[in-house]
Design a protein around this ligand. Structure first.
Ligand SMILES: [Zn+2]
Ligand SMILES: [Zn+2]
Length: 339
């Protein structure tokens, strides 16, 4: 049996392909039909400019779906359940998974995930059906009472927004600067506001992004980050602009935190200034769904974070999705008509 799968073919070009429909491969597995899927900043980068990822490949790693079938060993979900699907393939049982590092599972090759090329291919979350090898670790039942589409980016961006700021705000680092470009910076703004940031500054050259950040409660400016700003206890760099990252060392309190969630290229930092001020720079994959998913669900369920305010396009699955993906401005959400 075949199914439809959305493929990134080359810069500026996507297409639907007929591929073999997946089947259950073991007792711990599930088959899930994505009912909504969205782009991520990395998809927009890949679609719009040269990237290190080798084409072609099935695209999409943010999605929610309906469970179709489960193996006999699956305990936490049953057919019919609506679930968020983890972007990373993770067993939930190895030492790293047990430490919450689900994006670094020892049972898979590094970087194994949906929607990007790698040594293993698991398809993308715009596919008609996806195979989930470790259902208990990778699927999370959605809370009731909220449109399931609201949780579409739980796999990555939505949960990343929570995970990037929550530990720092809890530790009192609550004067926050966000450097934005796409969707990730705006989810960070939404969670920073929901979690009680004392001050929230947003820098982005995109006018529409600044307007959204302002609606979410940030004070927004065009770039670059300026000497008059700050001081900040936490900087989140979602801009992918190395010059902006270098500039923030002047704007922080001593021994502050800088979180990077965007860079694909090389970055250099002003070493002497960095040494003199003291800053911890963290850059790394977010093990999104595991350790943080329930707090993320709570924030959306309570209305403290409303993801649809951040999306740039919500489209029907059966419209010309390849063209819509190429044209999308920030985060495109595609929804199947059954929902
Ligand atoms: Zn992503
Ligand atoms: Zn593992």
């Amino acid at each position: 049996m075949t199914m439809q799968s959305l493929w990134f073919v080359r810069q500026g070009h996507l297409e639907w392909r007929d591929v073999a429909a997946p089947r259950l491969g073991g007792d711990l597995e599930a088959l899930v039909q994505p009912i909504a899927a969205s782009t991520c900043d990395i998809d927009r980068l890949i679609i719009s400019q040269p990237s290190p990822f080798k084409d072609p490949f099935a695209i999409g790693h943010n999605g929610v779906g309906r469970v179709l079938e489960v193996g006999e060993g699956v305990r936490t979900v049953t057919p019919g359940d609506l679930v968020a699907i983890s972007w990373h393939i993770s067993c939930g049982q190895c030492d790293r998974c047990r430490r919450g590092l689900l994006a670094h599972c020892r049972q898979t090759a590094p970087g194994t995930c949906y929607g990007l090329p790698g040594r293993e291919s698991w398809g993308g979350l715009f596919d008609d059906v996806v195979r989930v090898p470790f259902a208990d670790a990778m699927l999370h039942r959605l809370p009731g009472g909220v449109d399931p589409v609201a949780f579409v980016a739980t796999s990555d961006n939505l949960t990343l927004g929570y995970a990037t700021v929550a530990p720092h705000i809890k530790a009192g680092r609550d004067r926050i600067l966000v450097l934005g470009w796409g969707i990730n910076g705006l989810y960070v703004v939404a969670f920073a506001r929901a979690l009680g940031a004392r001050s929230l500054t947003y820098v982005d050259d995109d006018t529409a992004n600044r307007e959204t950040a302002t609606e979410l409660g940030a004070t927004a400016f065009p770039g670059p980050p300026d000497r008059g700003m700050g001081p900040f206890d936490l900087v989140v760099d979602a801009s992918a602009d190395p010059k902006w990252l270098r500039g923030v060392m002047r704007l922080i309190e001593p021994e502050s935190m800088v979180e990077c969630v965007a860079h694909l290229g090389d970055v250099t930092l002003p070493g002497w200034q960095w040494y003199g001020t003291g800053a911890t720079l963290h850059c790394g994959l977010c093990s999104c769904t595991g350790p943080h998913v329930h707090e993320t669900f709570k924030a959306v369920g309570s209305g403290a974070v409303v993801p649809s305010k951040l999306w740039s396009e919500r489209v029907a699955w059966d419209q010309d999705l390849p063209a819509a993906m190429v044209a999308h401005r920030r985060q495109l959400v595609a929804v199947r008509s059954e929902t």
